[in-house]
Design a protein around this ligand. Sequence first.
Ligand SMILES: [Zn+2]
Length: 59
Amino acid sequence: MTMALITCQECSTRLSDTANSCPECGASMQTAKGRAGLSFNGKLLLAVAIFVIVVWAFR
Ligand SMILES: [Zn+2]
């Protein structure tokens, strides 16, 4: 697990480093690590969503 908390530079809200934007003020997190994490998580989520839809459609 590499979950970590970072602090929003705009409003000082603590949020996960996997978040691409602050849930409080909407400021985008511009760290390279954050982008990489988001990209990976986005692809994984998309793959899971497609898998679920396919399984559901063919049951
Ligand atoms: Zn913020």
